[in-house]
Design a protein around this ligand. Structure first.
Ligand SMILES: N[C@@H](CCC(=O)N[C@@H](CS)C(=O)NCC(=O)O)C(=O)O
Length: 180
């Protein structure tokens, strides 16, 4: 059986779980703390990111798009991509748009608004830092700062372009809605 190491709150872990459920491929979900991640996975795995997929023979994989392609190559019965090459191209384009472009508004909506940030930082602290012996309030603060500084400010979102980021998302949905 496959094992997915990730976090319940992680978008990309959710993407991988959704794929495996759709394909009815049995898997085991394993939450992993930041400390365990460092200890468990070799540096050669590449980017320090979740989810990490472990095959039954112990081999490790990372990065959802190529992992899904790899699993798809094994099962031709219920492909997730349309058979028409042009349709398949657009399916991939939408996936790339969601994975790469929507990341910025997604992180912004999660971490720029206090109600959301306050809820989600606690979830990360509970799941990913359980084995770090610091007071919870301190871990909450550290995680909030990490996420905001890395994924919102670090990705160029400022007060000046805040509305642009939201409008790009909302505008994109308006255009895509009739297509979907
Ligand atoms: N392209 C990667 C992206 C994975 C990714 O960015 N995962 C996030 C969590 S949803 C992560 O691990 N970020 C690193 C961090 O928070 O340090 C994929 O499709 O798997």
């Amino acid at each position: 059986m496959l094992t997915i190491y990730g976090l319940k709150i992680s978008y990309f872990t959710g993407k991988m779980e959704a794929y495996l459920r759709y394909k009815e491929i049995p898997f085991r979900f394993q939450a992993i703390t930041m400390t365990e991640f460092e200890k468990t996975f070799p540096k050669q795995l590449g980017a320090q990111q979740i989810p990490v997929l472990q095959l039954e023979d112990g081999r490790l994989m990372t990065d959802t798009t190529p992992m899904i392609d790899w699993l798809e190559a094994d099962d031709k019965n219920t492909p997730i991509l349309p058979s028409h090459p042009a349709m398949a191209f657009f399916a991939r384009l939408i996936e790339d748009y969601a994975d790469e472009y929507l990341w910025r508004p997604a992180m912004h909506y999660r971490w720029s608004y206090w109600e959301s940030a306050n809820l989600l930082r606690r979830q990360i602290v509970d799941e990913a830092t359980d084995d770090i012996k610091l007071p919870k309030w301190m871990k909450n603060r550290m995680i909030y700062r990490r996420q905001l500084n890395t994924f919102v400010r670090g990705d160029g979102v400022t007060k000046a372009n805040w509305h642009h980021v939201e409008n790009a998302y909302l505008g994109g949905m308006k255009i895509l809605d009739p297509i979907f």
